[in-house]
Structures are given as C-alpha cells and as structure tokens.
Design a binder for this molecule. Structure first.
Ligand code: HEC
Length: 253
C-alpha cells in the first residue's frame, strides 16, 4: 500500500487507526501476573545473555584498533626488548649487546689459515691445499676439482671475465669496467693463495665473492683459472704425442 492511499484512509476514517477502546481495557489482573513472572522468573538469564552478546560482539567481523579480547594471556604480553631497541639498564642505552671481542660462532673457528685464508705464516700459499679441497668437495681427483671449478667459474666469474677469461663477459659488454685478462701474466705469476684472496676479498673494481662462494668452491675456481691460463699459453709440446695428429691448423683470420 502506498503512503497516499494510507493517509487518504486516515482522512476518510480517522477512527480506524485509533487503538480499539477494548484493547485498553485488558484484564488487569492477567497483565500484572505476566509482568511479575517476567521480573522474577526470566529477567536474570535474559540480562546475562545481553551482557555476553555485548561482551563478545566486537570479536568477529567488526573493525577495532584495540587488541582482541584475551581471556588467558599466556606469555603474549611480557617485558622484553625489541631488535635495535633502547635499554635503560645498560650505560650505552643499547638493548642489543655488542659481541665480546674475539667471539666466534660455534662451528666458525676457521683456524686452518691455509684452507680458509690461503695463507701460512703470513705468506700466500703457492699451491691449493688439494687434499682438503678434495675432501670438502667429496671428490677424489684434481680433475674432478677442476670440473667443479669450471662449473662454478662459468656461473660466478664468466659474466665479467668470459668463459675463456678474455675479459669480454656480458656485464663488461654492457659497460662494467674491463677486468684483467685472466690469461695474462700477472695472475699467472701469483701464488694460488693470492688468487684465492682475490676471489674472497675482491680487488679494486672486482667485488668480493667470499660471502657467496663456499671455501672449497673458491679453491676449485682457482684450479680452473689455472686451466684457463695454461690453455691460453699452451704449445704443441703440452699436447700428448698420441693426440698431436688431431690438432687442427689455426684458422687464418
Ligand atoms: C662483476 C664483474 C666481475 C666478476 C663477476 C668477477 N670479476 Fe674478477 N675482476 C673484475 C674486474 C673489473 C677486475 C679488474 C680489477 C681492477 O683492476 O680494478 C677483475 C680482476 C680479476 C683478477 C686479476 C686481479 C689482479 O689484478 O691481479 C682475477 C684473478 C679475477 N678477477 C678473478 C675472478 C674470479 C676467479 C672470479 C669469479 C669468482 C671473478 N674474478 C669474478 C670483475 C669481475
């Protein structure tokens, strides 16, 4: 029914919307009976439900900036320090304590300077510590160490040095400073320990790879750099006599 027909009905017959006189005169005794029952019989469970509904109404679905209702707190709230936080207990105000000088994490003592630094008594070692590298890589020959080195070199070094060490890797073609040609004399003359040091700590424009390449893999790469250098300076005398017949003549440019 629309509003207009409704008001029209009121206008035409005002009495129709007044409460019926008889409805006001309900049996009084009956009514008071009921309210008594309400007051004493049903009120408290009803109000308990209302209180619970109010108490839990904010738990689900509604947005609140307050933390959710926690009946049991467990250990969720407790005094503690956050990373880089402030402490009023320590004189320097830092919650995070600096390490005692000389602290070494368990398993990181790295006492073996030959294997971990490529140095012995302050001098670079001339040759890679083959037995230790083999056991760390779980291989049993220098050839296997070299193969591992080749694979690692092509991943980590070739982007700049190129797979042949000629310093024309893709990164260089896109503008990175040109590295030393690995087949040149300088690194060839350097002891293995020094080469290991270049890889570990970087040198001038070359970033350090110690944090990325595990120790034994760095030594394997040293072995492969030696292969590259040797191959670029090889003579016919380096080829086993039985194989010499298979060497192709150099192509003229
Ligand atoms: C991001 C490019 C880049 C990568 C990757 C890189 N190098 Fe280099 N490397 C250079 C540059 C540039 C130089 C020349 C540094 C200079 O003289 O400023 C260089 C120099 C060298 C030298 C010669 C150091 C000397 O002057 O005697 C050696 C050896 C070397 N790199 C080995 C490696 C090995 C091994 C790897 C892989 C673990 C490697 N590089 C990875 C850029 C790179």
């Amino acid at each position: 029914m629309s509003r207009f027909s409704g008001t029209a009905a009121v206008r035409e017959n005002p009495g129709a919307f007044q409460p019926h006189p008889s409805s006001d005169q309900t049996d009084r005794s009956d009514r008071s009976d009921r309210s008594d029952r309400l007051r004493f019989g049903h009120t408290w469970p009803l109000s308990a439900v209302a209180v619970m509904a109010l108490a839990f109404s904010a738990c689900r679905g509604s947005v609140s900036t307050l933390p959710p209702v926690h009946i049991w707190h467990g250990m969720e709230w407790q005094p503690k320090y956050h990373d880089q936080g402030e402490s009023r207990f320590f004189a320097d105000g830092r919650a995070m304590r600096p390490l005692v000088p000389g602290t070494v994490a368990h398993g990181f003592l790295d006492e073996d300077t030959v294997f971990y630094r490529g140095m012995e008594n302050g001098q670079y070692v001339a040759e890679l510590p083959l037995a230790k590298v083999e056991s760390a890589l779980r291989v049993d020959s220098l050839a296997a160490v070299m193969q591992r080195g080749r694979q690692r070199f092509n991943i980590y070094c070739a982007p700049c040095h190129d797979t042949t060490g000629n310093a024309q890797g893709l990164v260089v073609q896109h503008g990175y400073p040109t590295p030393l040609n690995l087949s040149s004399q300088d690194p060839l003359g350097a002891p293995d320990g020094k080469l290991f040091g270049y890889i570990t700590d970087g040198i001038r424009n070359m970033p350090p790879y110690g944090p990325e390449i595990p120790v034994a893999d760095r030594w394997a790469i040293v072995a492969w750099v030696r292969v590259i250098q040797r191959s670029q300076h090889a003579t016919v005398a380096d080829v086993p006599a039985a194989e010499r017949g298979h060497i192709l003549p150099e192509e003229s440019p």
